[in-house]
Design a protein around this ligand. Sequence first.
Ligand code: EMZ
Length: 385
Amino acid sequence: MLKSEFPDAFRQARKQVGVEQMDDQNDPVQMVLRFQDVRKCAHNWKTFQSGAEPGRIVVPSEVAIRSIRQIPFEVDPPEHKDYRALVEPWFKRPLDAKYTDKLRLLVDGALDDAFSKSELDVVTEFALPLQSKALTVLLNTPMKEADTWISWGTHVFRSEGEALDSDKANLLYDYLDDEIERALKDPADDLYSLLLSAEVGGKKMTKEEVKGVMILTFAGGRDTVINATTNTIAYFAEHLEALRKLKRDEAAIKKAVEELVRYFSPLTHMGRVATEDAAVCEHAVKNDTRISLCWASANRDENVFENPNDVRLDRQNNPHVAFGFGTHNCLGSTHARQLLRTLIAAMAERVDDIQLLNANNNLEHWGGVTRKVGFHQLTASFSGS
Ligand code: EMZ
């Protein structure tokens, strides 16, 4: 099996049952697996809410390590709208040509580094530093901040072998408290300062609300972007011809990114909490219990995608839900897409060959299902100029 092959872990459960039951810290989750059901539930925010107790819609639940609400992610309409409208323009900056130029410099730096080494771990030596440096562009903060973030590892709330790591979470919370104080004293053209001076619904944002936006920005786009980057490199290492065909073809690269995120689905699922007794594809959902919208399963639904387990970089009809669906569609998707497009463009121009050496798969366990979402480690040797 190729290292870049990511099997459809949910096929049987999706076809036969439509849901998968799993336990999570004694707060069970009913995973919704079919594309239409996932979209319907995502749309129905009144019955399946995001604004539950902070941390509860994340699977595994972060209730035990987080009391601050992530904004706008854990807020429902109608309040959600004003928060989202406030941050949306900032998160659309990746569409500016200058922003992309900055990303290109970072990607080129990462490739230079890879070419100069005989081998490297793509996860910790390429994807993690690239994600962190790119985050300084998104926040518009000094590049040296990335050094601190790199030291936190791939997930800000988890460590290898530990589903929830409160010590790690506290590092992030303390860091953000300091940064908020810094921005209050000495405002700059960065996301902190923008939020601290903003009003929502006629009221100034509180420090806690600002922190809630920042936690989301740090946590939501971390392991997801790192996995997407690593998996993309793994894919093209094993499909060099496909990479060559994309050279200087922006339209084709855009399509390729959509197909790769569909196939990899870096975020397996996201939860919701039922506000009343309900049902999903004839399975009862009790009031105050959790469901999850399984993007990874929906993205392989054979009723929607032809040959869903094939990567077709030029797939025509691709309504994937890798960035979620509906009100809460991913705020960071513009940044993530731009980073992946830039990565592929640069690789197509500069890479001659990538040899994958050792892979340690990152496997997730959900109920009876085991899913490969990325790699803990992927050593490779790059050549190019
Ligand atoms: C939350 C989540 C957001 C959560 C889009 O996903 O990402 C997870 O990785 C975090 O742990 O707190 O931000």
